[in-house]
Write a protein that binds this ligand. Structure first.
Ligand SMILES: C[S@@+](CC[C@H](N)C(=O)[O-])C[C@H]1O[C@@H](n2cnc3c(N)ncnc32)[C@H](O)[C@@H]1O
Length: 257
């Protein structure tokens, strides 16, 4: 089964992933700098770009930058006046990422903040930032806190994508003492209990390094009552085309009322 999934993925990669010297240089720099190869795969990246474009997202928040591979993919999928805010705790990773943002010509579109996400997220909230798409891809132990912060910086229709939620299948092992798996389970329980979220989980892939996303979309709350707008089919959880209240200046994005 393992080999079959690997072969299918290789087949799809070959078909649909075009050669991209900039992305290849980013991955080369990541490896040469001694960073682990834990970035999204090219196919996952294409999927994220596709939903970013379909949503017509303008503002993306990413938690977990590494060498900047996914941040560059998001930036490329945004309109010229779009922005990616990406958070990274490791100074060394941030330096590599900064280099890669320049290499990709995306440094104007990507704002990186260096530090622990749990310290930075309250500042972003304080600044009144609201995002169209939020990608959570950092320390799994804190996932539940990240989702809570993400909800606070969402508008109805915001898509929240969480990576690595299967943990090689360990997520269904109730006896697992892996802090990461426990973190994912805590998040999933919270998500289940949160009425503002429309939920979708995606678990298909080879067993080695299963790392599909759970996709959540903010649900419209009308007069305190959740309004229902269909399902979040394959992560395309944009529920309705609600008007947003973005100012032209990213620093002054207003929360929709
Ligand atoms: C899986 S990698 C991110 C990969 C990246 N999104 C990509 O696909 O190219 C996770 C990153 O999260 C960072 N990280 C871990 N804990 C963090 C925290 N508490 N706050 C911010 N970043 C954190 C790690 O240093 C690492 O660079």
């Amino acid at each position: 089964m393992q080999n079959l999934w690997t072969s299918v993925e290789d087949y799809l990669d070959e078909l649909f992933v075009d050669s991209d010297p900039v992305l290849e240089a980013i991955l080369h720099d990541q490896e040469a700098s001694g960073l682990p190869a834990i970035q999204v795969t090219p196919l996952e990246g294409k999927f994220l770009q596709m939903i970013t474009r379909l949503m017509k997202a303008k503002y993306v928040l990413e938690i977990g930058t590494l060498a900047g591979y996914s941040a560059v993919l998001f930036a490329r999928a945004l309109p010229d006046d779009g922005k990616v805010v990406t958070l990274e705790v490791e100074q060394a990773n941030a330096e590599v990422a900064r280099r890669n943002f320049a290499r990709a010509g995306q440094e104007m579109k990507i704002a990186m903040r260096v530090g622990a996400a749990l310290d930075i997220l309250p500042d972003l909230k304080e600044e009144g930032l609201v995002f169209d798409l939020i990608f959570i891809d950092a320390d799994k132990e804190n996932n539940v806190h990240y989702v809570k912060h993400a909800l606070d910086m969402s508008h109805p229709g915001t898509l929240i994508v969480v990576d690595n939620v299967i943990r090689d299948g360990d997520v269904i092992n109730h006896d697992s003492n892996s802090p990461m798996s426990q973190g994912v389970r805590r998040m999933n329980e919270y998500v289940k209990s949160e009425p503002r979220l429309v939920r979708h989980g995606n678990s298909d892939r080879r067993l080695e390094g299963l790392r599909r996303h759970v996709v959540h979309a903010g649900q419209r709350i009308a007069n305190g009552v959740p309004a229902h707008h269909g399902d979040a089919n394959h992560g395309l959880g944009r529920l309705c085309n609600l008007s947003r209240a973005h100012d032209a200046d990213f620093g002054r994005v207003r929360r929709p009322v």
